[in-house]
Design a protein around this ligand. Structure first.
Ligand code: G3P
Ligand code: CA
Length: 264
């Protein structure tokens, strides 16, 4: 019985390797762009200006952040729907006014070294990136809670003249369609947790996928490239995995550790 299981595992792993060897996109293999996840969430408290500065210091060409909205309509940089995990406050972002959110400590949960780091607004992030050689990747989180959030993001981009230095991404394809309808010139990316079945991607130009999907489906990257999309994978923190995914031809590595990716 053990022998049979071993033989089966050996067969499956040989098949998997052979399929990847055959199907990987050799023409695109090599040097994916680094997308510093939530700023640089492995090195500093996520989605803070400190994290963004560290992502920039490690030469990440893309800095990814998440956006939610306060009770009184301020766009803030926060991953979760509530402030509980990453600050000393409690409650849903959408129920707290900016006057409360702005004083929360969003650094101590990560390390006492970052005590006093606060929750930034999207405007703060745009201002910080204004004269930097990096593109801000703005993920619109949970748009069903935030009517007209695309219009609001767009108005802020216009105010900071940042339209040419951003990519807007979301798991919500309907919101991306809305955004694209308002600003067809701004690049957008659809995040998909798993590529089976692959949802319609257009009008996005980039598809973001949780990395195991790319390993489990040896044809995914090449198929996406053939259809004209770029492929980003999240969240890749191990150097070995970074190397493997680069070899398979992905275009972007979303990582909490941009310093590891840039060392490769
Ligand atoms: O780029 C997509 C990635 O950021 C999605 O994951 O949950 O960290 O926002 P999450
Ligand atoms: Ca994100």
């Amino acid at each position: 019985m053990i022998k049979k299981v071993t033989a089966l595992l050996l067969f499956l792993s040989t098949l998997w390797t052979a399929l990847h060897l055959l199907c990987r996109d050799k023409r695109r293999a090599g040097k994916p762009a680094i997308v510093a996840h939530r700023g640089a969430a492995g090195l500093a408290p996520e989605n803070t200006l400190a994290a963004i500065r560290i992502g920039l210091a490690h030469h990440a060409p893309y800095i990814e952040i998440d956006v939610q909205r306060s009770a009184d309509g301020v766009l803030v940089v926060m991953h979760d729907q509530t402030v509980d995990r990453t600050s000393n406050g409690r409650g849903p972002v959408r129920e707290l006014p900016w006057a409360e959110l702005r004083w929360l400590d969003a650094g101590s949960y990560f390390s006492p070294r970052f005590a006093g780091e606060t929750i930034p607004t999207l405007a703060d992030a745009l201002l910080l990136l204004q004269d930097k050689p990096a593109t801000l990747v703005i993920e619109i989180k949970d748009p069903h809670f935030y009517p007209a959030i695309s219009q609001q993001v767009l108005a802020l981009l216009a105010e900071y003249q940042a339209q040419e230095r951003v990519v807007v991404i979301s798991f919500d394809r309907t919101e991306l369609e809305t955004f694209h309808g308002l600003a067809p010139g701004i690049p957008i990316g659809l995040a998909v947790p798993k590529p089976w079945p692959i949802p319609p991607i257009a009008p996005a130009q980039t598809v973001g996928v949780f990395w195991p999907g790319v390993l489990l489906d040896p044809t995914f990257v090449r198929r996406m490239h053939r259809r004209g999309y770029t492929v980003w994978v999240w969240t890749v923190n191990s150097p070995a995995l970074m190397r493997l995914l680069a070899w398979l031809g992905v275009d972007g590595l979303t990582t909490d550790h941009p310093e590891r990716a840039s060392r490769l």
